[in-house]
Design a protein around this ligand. Structure first.
Ligand code: 5GP
Ligand code: ZN
Length: 114
């Protein structure tokens, strides 16, 4: 989608610090990091929210988590611990309507989240 921020990052029309990419996903650093490690794992295909997923997307969502775990290991936070999360729609704080998994690590993470 032309007007989607993350589609434009995926298409390299907008710069981002790319961490990882393959045929299914691109991972890049969050521009406003909430932890020492804050990476977004984003499907190449434009899917607005978790509500828009169907059975065909099951392997994609699994893959997003596998990629996040791999980045956590590479960045040295796997043993200490880290968090993955997806915000869905306004009340959860979703601001970019292209599905993305947050990977947060490198500090103590409070629970419950705000
Ligand atoms: P959401 O609130 O939708 O779950 O997360 C959107 C995330 O995208 C936020 O953490 C925000 O900081 C990040 N973000 C917004 N604009 C940009 C951008 O232009 N580049 C990058 N790398 N991250 C962005
Ligand atoms: Zn998009």
């Amino acid at each position: 989608m032309n007007d989607c921020l993350f589609c434009q990052i995926i298409e390299e029309k907008i710069p981002a610090e790319r961490i990882y990419e393959d045929e299914h996903v691109v991972a890049f650093s969050d521009i406003n990091p909430q932890a020492p490690l804050h990476v977004l794992v984003v499907p190449r295909h434009h899917i607005p929210t978790l509500n828009d997923l169907g059975p065909d997307n099951e392997s994609l969502v699994g893959h997003m988590h596998v990629v996040a775990a791999q980045i956590a290991a590479e960045r040295g936070v796997a043993q200490a611990g880290y968090r993955t999360l997806l915000n869905c729609n306004a009340q959860a704080g979703q601001t970019v309507f292209h599905l993305h998994l947050h990977l947060l690590g490198g500090r103590e993470l409070g629970w419950p989240p705000g």
